[in-house]
Write a protein that binds this ligand. Structure first.
Ligand code: BGC
Length: 257
């Protein structure tokens, strides 16, 4: 594996499981030290840190609820204190809640929007302030979703949050360019992670979903991690304000029989 991230420090939200975990591992394999946060999976967080240590890299897991702005700001401040700097921010933490629109509650709406959009907004702001102080550029990678573009009935709060992230990224690409900071989204399709464990355990729904994926398989967290590693490395220096789809062809799969 290439060592494209040697000497860099990455901060990853939601790093104890799923896509965030795969990104933490992949970044460490490519030479980065990793600060990550987790909400409740302390055992998972410990395992990740230990595994990264065996790769010869530094890793620290911080407990943090990304939905609370003060927690997110503290995650960035604590990471900078521990590692001296952060070069790369990966906004990965996210959640979704299923409900018919007319049944969706304020609590569910807040849970989704607070983590997926508001938390991401203020963690990114804290990261940008750190890079401004350091007088150095940086990279922001948001784990969005195909649903920043594609409807997902019964998940309207989730789609609204991801659509928001799409516009945030476009806006900030312009505002942050003079600072040497790039910002891009990865839009995963259906990836085998805890966020869709219900679906993975329902053979009927799973088969229907597979029918929509031209590459005929679910994605693996590693499929997303390799794109993240590219976006974190200097190989992506000229890319900003855009979304990279990693979805097995799901998004544009329209066919007439
Ligand atoms: C959602 C999953 C869904 C996938 C494809 C993801 O953003 O989190 O629940 O299966 O998109 O629709």
């Amino acid at each position: 594996m290439a060592n494209r991230l040697e000497g860099r420090v990455a901060a990853i939200t939601g790093g104890s499981q799923g896509i965030g975990l795969a990104i933490a591992q992949r970044f460490a394999q490519e030479g980065a030290d990793v600060a990550f946060c987790y909400r409740s999976n302390q055992a998972g967080a410990k395992e990740v840190a230990t595994e990264i240590h065996t790769l010869g890299r530094k890793a620290v897991g911080f407990q943090c609820d990304v939905g609370r702005v003060a927690d997110g700001q503290k995650f960035i401040a604590d990471s900078v204190a521990q590692f001296g700097k952060i070069d790369i921010l990966v906004n990965n933490a996210g959640l979704e809640r299923h409900a018919d629109f007319w049944d969706a509650t304020e609590e569910d709406y807040d849970a989704v929007l607070n983590v997926n959009l508001k938390g991401l907004f203020f963690i990114t702001q804290a990261f940008v302030k750190h890079r401004m102080q350091a007088k150095a550029g940086g990279k922001v990678i948001n784990i969005s979703s195909v649903h920043e573009e594609l409807p997902f009935p019964h998940f309207t709060s989730y789609c609204a949050s991801k659509g928001g992230v799409k516009m945030l990224t476009r806006n900030l690409s312009i505002e942050l360019a003079p600072l040497g900071i790039t910002i891009n989204n990865i839009a995963p399709g259906a990836i085998e992670t805890p966020i869709n464990s219900k679906l993975l355990n329902d053979p009927v729904k799973l088969n229907a979903l597979l029918g929509n994926i031209p590459l005929k398989r679910l994605g693996k967290p590693e499929d997303v991690a390799s794109m993240a590693a590219f976006l974190a490395s200097s190989e992506s220096d000229y890319a900003t304000g855009t979304t990279f789809f990693v979805d097995g062809g799901l998004t544009w799969n329209y066919q007439e029989q």
